[in-house]
Design a protein around this ligand. Structure first.
Ligand code: UFG
Length: 343
């Protein structure tokens, strides 16, 4: 059977998706540069599934490397996760974000056309809705971006829309993720950022584990039920399963491009998350209210109806479960997944 090519397959969402693909009997080829993940994630995937997926270390910005991947392997479809994703960093080094996220995607698209690969699932983000006029957010809301990272997602969505109009046989599924958290229930895979985390839950997890002293809550004067920012947190395994549903849909539909919100439809505040995590970890989590973080919005949560109706997918796991799985991962791997395969 031909491969599902998973770019960024050793990352947080990618690795969980690879597990679900293997469980569904698919042959997976992972390509990752390992700049933001570890090769030992492949061993973790094997612990869970019994299968170590085929892996190629490559930077997708390297056109020749991408051409070789498509020439040497029979590829059925692509799930494209790879990309730089830190909002703050993208403001400081925008060119790097445009260079990396756009060129890598163009290299993949060119090779898909050259090699007759016609199905792609793209990792987009709720960030493409900018500061939405209202919540919950539907897929037909106006799109905008407020930082270079978000602009790369929006630009790639636009490139895919143009291709979909021009080339009748391609099929694109654009998944707009809300806030993925949690970990695999085995405890063998989870979010493993390098350095001090930017995102709320990995930060809270490190405070709960005593690695960091306190959570900085970025503002309590937002227009939300307790003044802190509200987001749609989704279990990474639920999110992973949405990709399988999207692949299935690509085999069945005549639509050349479809876009889906992948969220739970429920909004939780920063304080809600801290309290849920306290319950899961059985510890008190100290926090202080600090200044707002520039660019943050009041509330962002999905209307996930379209994914339910068309992909027949919906999120199953609640916030407590997300926190429990995250706690288990950090208990098993307090220093993160080891770099060295001899553990
Ligand atoms: N927050 C804190 N303290 C922290 C970190 C975050 O109070 O230390 C707050 C933020 O202000 C926000 C909420 O927690 O209200 C969630 O923040 P995250 O950084 O975890 O997530 P964001 O919603 O800001 O961003 C995430 C992804 C982006 C993506 C966006 C899409 O990180 O890549 O969702 O909506 F673009």
């Amino acid at each position: 059977m031909a491969y599902v090519l998973v770019t960024g397959g050793t990352g947080f969402i990618g690795s969980h998706t690879v597990v679900e693909l293997i469980k569904a009997g698919r042959d997976v080829l992972i390509v990752d540069s390992l700049i933001n993940s570890k090769k030992t994630v492949l061993d973790q995937i094997k612990k869970i599934t019994g299968v170590k997926p085929k892996f190629i270390k490559a930077d997708l910005v390297d056109e020749n490397a991408v051409t070789r991947i498509f020439t040497d392997n029979e590829i059925d479809s692509v799930i494209h996760f790879a990309g730089l994703k830190a909002v703050g960093e993208s403001v400081k080094i925008p060119l790097m974000y445009y260079q990396n996220n756009l060129i890598s995607t163009l290299n993949i698209l060119n090779n898909m056309l050259a090699h007759g690969v016609d199905k792609l699932v793209f990792s987009s983000s709720a960030t493409v809705y900018g500061d939405p006029a209202s919540v919950p957010i539907r897929e037909d809301f106006p799109l905008s971006a407020t930082n270079p990272y978000g602009r790369t997602k929006l630009m790639i969505e636009q490139i895919l829309s143009d291709m979909a109009k021009a080339i009748p046989h391609v099929r694109f599924s654009v998944l707009r993720y809300f806030n993925p958290i949690g970990a695999h229930e085995s405890g063998h895979l989870g979010e493993d950022p390098r350095g001090i985390p930017n995102n709320l839950v990995p930060y809270v997890a490190r405070v709960a584990a005593g690695i960091l002293p306190q959570v900085n809550v970025f503002g309590n004067d937002y227009k939300t039920h307790d003044g802190t920012g509200v987001r749609d947190y989704i279990h990474v395994v639920d999110l992973a399963r949405a990709h399988l549903a999207a692949l299935k849909r690509l085999d069945e539909t005549n639509e050349t491009i479809e876009r889906f919100n992948i969220g739970t439809g429920k909004g939780y505040s920063v304080l809600d998350v801290i309290h849920a995590y306290e319950k899961a970890a059985g510890v008190k989590i100290p926090y202080v209210i600090t200044e707002r973080r520039s660019g943050d919005i009041d509330a962002c949560y999905a209307d996930p109806t379209k994914a339910k109706e068309i992909l027949h997918w919906e999120a199953e796991y609640d916030l407590d479960r997300m926190c429990r799985d995250s706690v288990r991962f950090l208990e098993m791997y307090p220093e993160g997944i080891p770099e060295d395969a001899s553990f």
